[in-house]
Design a binder for this molecule. Structure first.
Ligand SMILES: *[C@@H]1O[C@H](CO)[C@@H](O)[C@H](O)[C@H]1NC(C)=O
Ligand SMILES: *[C@@H]1O[C@H](CO)[C@@H](O)[C@H](O)[C@H]1NC(C)=O
Ligand SMILES: *[C@@H]1O[C@H](CO)[C@@H](O)[C@H](O)[C@H]1NC(C)=O
Length: 874
């Protein structure tokens, strides 16, 4: 299907600041730390320049420059990234020196002197030009404030996907708190501060910076399983420890990635047997991606080794070098150990074993064999599974191997990073949208469900109402199948059931007969067995994948009768709950329209959550406009037909169903084309029911970059006119066949909407027309089309046409085009005018245009929600 899950949901930012974003990421933010080691004689490496980097000293009125060269923006300079209702600054001139525990370099003191206090949910949004792994560093210190005691603040910090801190409080730390994460940032990356009810949030400084690609490898060996774990790059990590064995503290000044490396002594449990050593002439292995970015020279130049006296006494030392660190149990950890043989006199002298929590992590590690030389940097990655952490500590040991070599062992550096759990959290068991309340209600429902179906029906209805009333502040994962239809969805998705519990839930309702009949009574889409879908997709063969999303993969499948279908398979263990799944199927199967992608059926056997949609052979509209070379250029008439189709689909959503539905993510990748190039709107993952008294929904801003309604940004009120705005951008995109955002173009051309409007204002819209079709568009058709797009992009929603009107204008533009073609042989030079006159006389009513193919729109009229009649069926 056409969804583009990389396009982020995102938080408010003003459209004016768009250009600011693009400018700042291009220039101002690239900063470098002078990194070369003072000891090394190798030529100092050039400093790493992060592709994207946002450094903010929150609450500060001036820029802050650290001794490592990093410059943190003042609040004013960083204003455009923040969306908040109400916040307060706190500041303090000095910080007691004992506030710096020995794990945080005091060179960062300047960052802790001011803070920003958030009384409500607040979001920083950053444009990431190269999505991928980024550092997220957060600095906290509870400054004194006359009204807010920052020590009492309790809050959650999360990104779109990952919970970084849950119900976090600095209390108990008593010092400055520094948190460092490695997360995958998407194009619009947001960092949300969410106060616990009745409390508030604060932060002293924020740092987001790109990490070089080679930094995190995708696989590592695992303990205790011993297999290779893949897919590591998809996880979020929190740096728990980063130690420089046998060496001093290394502040960000000495590490071009601004990392801090602490001495290992506090964690070394057998110092008597340990000896710090120092080497020089360290070599890297750039061909194996082991460069100074993995760890600076100073890390590899020092090590702890087994004390020489110790093995003078006994022929073979009977101990290990041992470090113990405390960690959060319940999480798996990525352990990175840095080695560099600075102790041996010749090759193949040093063999040793690596143990993690007494389990063999690496047996007879021979650095010479791995590196082909002495004093050569090397590292290993080991994933320690949560199951092997029994008492909240990780014990890392190196000790002599029994096989050959001189009995010794070394370690140069150690990094211990927490891996997110199944709830995509790095702190606790709650997902991004997690809450106790949701879980509690859910459990209640489930407990009853097995026993009293009737009770369930009533209870469910009650729940719907309750949740409808107190919908959550709207934080949904946008890759849900169709959160749009589901007022209940927002909060019920909060449940983060452990996967084991989830499978038992599914198990308890897996009475197949009851199941099928239930759905057939409801007259829902077809129920597929898992086997049918396995056959259809060659057992979910990777080769059949036609789309990938956060929720799971989309496979192309063929049913027994040869019908091609698109099969969307939710990840197992994804927290999409049962009620949502059922309701979704129920709702989706009712919304049928020629210009909406329709649901054919579903499968929920064996705790699978699979939806089967009609297959759209020609894929997303965007692929036919630009960016793929193998497609034929769409003619102007085809483009008009497609726009008209999509407009019909949207018009139906807005008005056809009994509740108005706002799509909220209208873009050319969500307009799919079937084998006859009929356009259908898809991906309702963000959509919203708009059956509100006011005709709008107050909600956090989500959508796709480049298509977003500026008024919706400002007011955070969603109306159907926001879809109209996005559709206007689509129209310009269709006309000009260029991307809506081209960051590399000169500033005034970056945003398609702005650029097109400039030319339209100058009356030279032909300047932006796709050269491939420019010659074939009639003047009248172009004029009407551009006017329509321009109206859609009006600053204020009230000035924009409705989708029905847009449809009418587009029909008109098509007529003008066809009339021109028909008349191109005739002599009438003034056909446009004639036609215009004729059309306006006839007053082709919008209703007529709309009704011509909305044959199944009656289905929509039954679509009251919450629908008491339907609920009784349960
Ligand atoms: C080193 O530690 C491992 C695991 O804890 C243990 O099995 C081994 O016997 C130790 N080696 C020595 C020489 O004590
Ligand atoms: C830990 O082990 C369990 C069970 O063996 C496995 O399902 C899980 O994926 C492992 N975790 C990681 C991070 O590898
Ligand atoms: C528990 O942790 C301590 C260090 O905190 C360690 O000495 C001990 O061996 C551990 N016990 C087990 C069973 O892992």
């Amino acid at each position: 299907m056409g969804e583009d899950h990389n396009m982020p949901s995102f938080m408010p930012l003003s459209i004016l600041s768009l250009s600011l974003y693009l400018l700042t990421f291009n220039h101002a933010y690239v900063l470098l730390a002078p990194a070369p080691s003072p000891v090394s004689i190798s030529s100092p490496p050039s400093a790493y320049q992060p592709y994207d980097s946002y450094l903010i000293n929150c609450g500060s009125s001036t820029e802050t420059r650290l001794d490592d060269g990093r410059i943190f923006k003042s609040d004013t300079q960083a204003h455009s990234y923040l969306s908040t209702n109400q916040d307060v600054k706190a500041s303090m001139d000095y910080i007691p020196s004992d506030a710096f525990s020995n794990s945080i370099p005091s060179s960062t003191e300047g960052l802790y002197k001011t803070a920003r206090v958030f009384l409500h949910r607040s979001t920083y949004t950053f444009y990431i030009s190269k999505p991928g792994k980024h550092w997220v560093r957060l600095y906290f210190y509870p400054l004194h404030h006359p009204h807010y005691d920052l020590e009492t603040a309790v809050f959650t910090v999360h990104t779109e996907k990952f919970v970084l801190l849950h119900d976090f409080s600095v209390r108990g730390y008593s010092k400055v708190v520094f948190k460092e994460y490695l997360v995958n940032a998407i194009e619009l990356f947001s960092l949300v501060f969410e106060p616990k009810k009745g409390s508030f949030a604060f932060v002293n400084a924020i740092e987001i910076a790109a990490v070089p690609d080679e930094f995190i490898s995708d696989s590592a060996s695992s303990v205790p399983q011993g297999e290779t774990v893949n897919g590591l790059s998809n996880y979020a990590l929190e740096v728990s420890y980063r130690l420089n064995m046998g060496g001093p503290i290394l502040t960000p000044k000495y590490d071009t990635l601004s990392r801090t490396w602490m001495p290992d002594t506090p964690y070394n449990v057998f110092p008597q047997g340990t000896e710090a050593v120092r080497g020089s002439y360290i070599k890297y292995q750039p061909d194996k991606w082991i460069t100074w970015l993995i760890a600076p020279y100073l890390v590899y130049e020092t090590a702890q080794r087994m004390k020489t006296e110790a093995h003078a006494q006994t022929v073979e030392p009977k101990f290990n070098l041992t470090w113990v660190v405390n960690v959060d149990a319940g999480f798996s950890y990525l352990i990175r150990m840095h080695f560099c043989d600075i102790v041996s006199k010749s090759l193949n002298d040093l063999y040793f074993n690596v143990y993690i929590n007494s389990l063999m992590g690496f047996s007879s590690l021979d650095l010479s064999a791995e590196t082909g030389g002495l004093a050569t940097a090397y590292y290993i990655d080991i994933v320690l599974n949560a199951s092997a952490i029994t008492n909240g500590s990780i014990v890392v040991q190196v000790g002599p191997a029994s096989t050959g070599g001189l009995p010794n062992a070394i370690l140069n550096g150690l990094e211990i990073m927490k891996i997110n759990n199944v709830d995509d959290s790095l702190d606790g068991l709650y997902a991004v949208d997690g809450s106790y309340e949701g879980k509690f209600m859910k459990l209640k429902v489930l407990a009853i469900s097995g026993i009293f179906m009737a009770f369930l029906a009533m209870f469910f209805l009650g729940m719907v109402c309750v949740r409808w009333k107190k919908r959550p502040p709207d934080w949904q994962k946008r890759n849900s199948f169709s959160s749009w239809l589901l007022p209940i969805q927002g909060s019920s998705r909060k449940n983060s059931l452990s996967s084991s519990r989830k499978s038992s839930i599914f198990g308890s309702r897996k009475s197949k007969s009851g199941h099928s009949s239930y759905y057939s009574i409801q007259g829902l889409g077809r129920f597929f067995t898992l086997n049918e879908l396995r056959t259809a997709t060659h057992n979910f063969d990777e080769k059949m994948v036609i789309g990938v999303g956060g929720f799971g993969n989309v496979f192309l499948g063929a049913l027994e009768d040869g019908t091609k279908v698109a099969i969307k398979r939710g990840h197992q263990g994804s927290e999409q709950g049962i009620n949502e799944f059922q309701t979704e199927i129920e709702m989706l199967s009712k919304l049928r329209h020629r210009h909406l992608v329709s649901l054919i059926g579903f499968c929920d056997e064996e705790s699978e959550m699979i939806l089967v949609y009609e297959y759209m052979a020609n894929g997303p509209l965007r692929d036919h406009l630009y960016g793929s070379n193998d497609k034929l250029t769409l003619s102007w008439k085809q483009r008009l037909d497609i726009c008209i189709g999509a407009a019909r689909g949207l018009h139906y959503l807005h008005t056809g169903a009994a509740i108005g539905i706002i799509h909220r993510d209208v873009k050319t990748t969500n307009i799919l084309l079937d084998d006859n190039f009929v356009a259908k709107v898809s991906d309702f993952g963000l959509s919203k029911a708009a059956r509100m008294e006011q005709g709008y929904v107050s909600t956090a801003v989500k959508g796709s970059f480049g298509y977003l309604d500026p008024e919706y940004f400002r007011r955070q009120q969603l109306t159907d006119k926001s879809d109209v705005y996005s559709f206007g951008v689509v129209l310009f995109e269709v006309l000009s066949a260029r991307a809506v955002i081209c960051p590399r173009l000169p500033r005034d051309q970056i945003s398609l909407a702005e650029w097109a409007m400039q030319w339209h204002r100058k009356g030279m819209i032909e300047k932006i027309v796709d050269p491939q079709i420019a010659g074939s568009i009639s003047e009248g058709s172009l004029k009407k089309f551009a006017e329509t797009a321009e109206k859609c992009l009006a600053e204020y929603g009230v000035d924009r046409p409705s989708m029905g009107e847009v449809l009418w204008y587009l029909e008109y533009s098509l007529q003008l085009q066809e009339a021109t073609i028909a008349s191109s042989s005739s002599s009438s030079s003034n056909i446009d005018d004639l036609l215009e006159e004729k059309l306006s006389k006839n007053v082709v009513s919008i209703a007529n245009i709309l009704s011509d193919d909305d044959s199944d729109s009656t289905v929509g009229s039954q679509l009251h929600f919450p629908n008491v009649g339907n609920m009784q069926g349960r």
